[in-house]
Write a protein that binds this ligand. Structure first.
Ligand code: SAM
Length: 318
């Protein structure tokens, strides 16, 4: 049974409501109805959410719920929920609980035996992923791993820790093992997309780290300002994408960074391995048939199989 269908009074419980990540049209009819009908909306930033509520003429009272008061406020809200309140949780943008507050209150509500209802909607990671070119066609839709991805949230902001995290990812993906990074989403296959949130003032340094650790030819996608006026996708070799961004006076806006780690054992000091060398290495290391090795290499480089095959032939004729 769906307890809060249109026309029915909203059932008591906790509603985790996704809000737009830039474009106000990306709110669902159900989200609007829930936000109108609940007793209270717990917001990451009440002023930010008030703009959204004003736009849709929603008068529901708000209360703050952010990372600095998340634990205490979760206890308070759980007590209200036990007394049959209907409470919505929203973050500043996107899906609560995904690199945002929401998890503590959901867990507290579940512990208290209170129903928790997801009200799905916008999410930056999934929006970037579906338009990245790294799933579906590029991965080979017949492949059993074609739908896998790993979401890491934010990389560490400190330079040393960020490098350590990327090096761990490089080690684990080149050994085809589960990365030692906190992950959400599903899938850890070495040759599947890895998704990161990144701040605009750190993106150049992060891309430089990726070039040094995975090689300058590592294919990356930078998805910037999704759903907004200046939405932009930069796709290509990490060194080229970095060059494009570095040429700008400043890098602005919100960013999702995605890449399928290259299988090459590469460093910034060495030339990227040729497709033929990567295919040979995979055939030896993992006893793969040439066509399967080529498929993996094509996927890791974000290339179509036919393009990788032509490149392989060119490598051979040299
Ligand atoms: N809960 C949100 C979600 O569901 O996507 C994520 C919140 S997290 C604090 C904010 C980060 O998400 C930003 O720093 C950026 O990396 C990413 N992000 C949010 N909105 C975005 C957008 N419109 N375009 C690109 N990235 C975005």
């Amino acid at each position: 049974m769906i307890p809060d269908q249109d026309g029915q009074p909203l059932a008591p419980g906790l509603y985790l409501v996704a809000t737009p990540i830039g474009n106000l049209e990306d709110i669902t009819l159900r989200a609007l109805r829930v936000l109108r009908s609940v007793d209270r909306i717990a917001c990451e930033d009440t002023r930010q959410t008030q703009k959204l509520l004003n736009h849709f003429d929603i008068r529901t009272p708000t209360v703050s719920y952010h990372k600095h008061n998340e634990v205490g406020r979760a206890i308070e809200l759980a007590a209200a929920l036990r007394a049959d309140a209907r409470i919505a949780v929203v973050s500043d943008a996107g899906t609560p609980g995904i690199a945002d507050p929401g998890g503590q209150i959901a867990a507290a509500a579940i512990r208290a035996g209170v129903p928790v209802f997801p009200i799905p909607g916008a999410n930056a990671a999934i929006s970037a992923l579906i338009a990245s070119g790294l799933v579906g066609t590029a991965l080979g839709s017949s492949d059993e791993n074609a739908e896998q991805f790993t979401f890491h949230g934010f990389l560490p902001s400190k330079e040393g820790q960020r490098r350590t995290a990327l090096e761990a990812l490089h080690r684990s993906t080149s050994q085809n093992r589960v990365p030692q990074l906190p992950t959400l989403g599903h899938g850890n296959d070495a040759a599947s997309p890895h998704i990161f949130y990144e701040a605009p003032h750190r993106i150049l340094a992060t891309l430089a780290d990726i070039a040094a650790i995975f090689g300058p030819a590592q294919h990356v996608v930078v998805a910037r300002e999704l759903t907004k006026l200046h939405e932009e996708f930069l796709r290509g070799a990490v060194s080229e994408v970095r060059k494009t961004l570095a040429a700008r006076a400043t890098v602005r806006g919100e960013i999702v960074l995605l890449f399928v780690p290259s299988v090459a054992e590469s460093t910034g000091d060495t030339a990227p391995a040729s497709i033929a060398a990567e295919v040979r290495e995979l055939m030896q290391k993992e006893s793969l048939a040439e066509k399967d090795a080529l498929k993996r290499v094509a996927r890791a480089r974000g290339m179509a199989k036919s393009e990788a095959y032509r490149e392989l032939q060119r490598n051979r004729s040299k």
